[in-house]
Design a protein around this ligand. Structure first.
Ligand SMILES: O=C([C@H](O)CO)[C@H](O)[C@H](O)COP(=O)(O)O
Length: 212
């Protein structure tokens, strides 16, 4: 099980400063969608240059032109690129094919998918690397969580690794870990903490305990 730090509400220097604090406790650094909107793929490139040993995920939430968008993100240094599960299979297939050429991986974000079990099985058959349940900011604000959805995909996904995102905090992490996802994605639960290093360290420790 790996820990991904999601950077959403920062610029590039702020993001690099946060990662410097917690780098020994995280496996993947996500350049969040808002950062890509503000800074472009330069953010992916600069993060990878600053931390060559960390995997950088570009949260592009690709909806079309899968091959092209995965190509440019991979060239910028992304080891993982996100594609929306809500898009058509052709886009996902193009993304998977292009990622293979670059040695990068595709994470399918299942945000706002209504028939989660059915779509998870469909995208699992397309050779994607990760299937991720995700409660976005707007539904988090309405009190929703991704925890039940994680159990759903764990019961149907046979090939891909599973991931979970959406408002995970230190207090809720043990419950998430119980469901044994392959990747736990945490944004505000670390970036919003007064002592980011201590929280990331404790999260990594909980994950290590559950992984061994
Ligand atoms: O993907 C995300 C969101 O849609 C903004 O781009 C976040 O990175 C993801 O939700 C993790 O962040 P937290 O919910 O703050 O843990």
């Amino acid at each position: 099980m790996k820990l991904q730090l999601a950077l959403d509400l920062v610029n590039i220097p702020e993001g690099i400063a946060v990662v410097k604090e917690v780098e020994q406790f995280v496996d993947v650094v996500e350049i969040g969608t808002p950062v890509v909107i503000n800074e472009g793929l330069r953010a992916v490139k600069e993060m990878k240059e600053a931390f060559p040993n960390l995997t950088v995920l570009a949260d592009l939430k690709v909806m079309d032109a899968g091959g092209y968008e995965v190509m440019v993100a991979s060239q910028a240094g992304a080891g993982i690129v996100t594609v929306l599960g809500a898009t058509d299979d052709a886009t996902i297939k193009g993304a998977v094919e292009e990622a293979k050429k670059h040695g990068s991986e595709i994470l399918i974000d299942m945000i706002n998918i209504k028939d989660l079990a059915k779509r998870a099985q469909e995208v699992d058959a397309l050779g994607v690397d990760y299937i991720c349940v995700h409660t976005g900011y707007d539904l988090q604000a309405a009190g929703e969580t991704p925890f039940e959805q994680l159990k759903t995909i764990k019961s149907v996904v046979k090939n891909a690794k599973t991931a979970v995102a959406g408002g995970i905090k230190l207090e809720t992490l043990p419950g998430v870990i119980e469901a044994q996802p392959d990747l736990v994605i945490v944004g505000g639960g670390i970036t919003g903490a007064d002592d980011k290093k201590a929280v990331a360290a404790e999260m990594q420790q909980l994950i290590q305990k559950a992984t061994v």
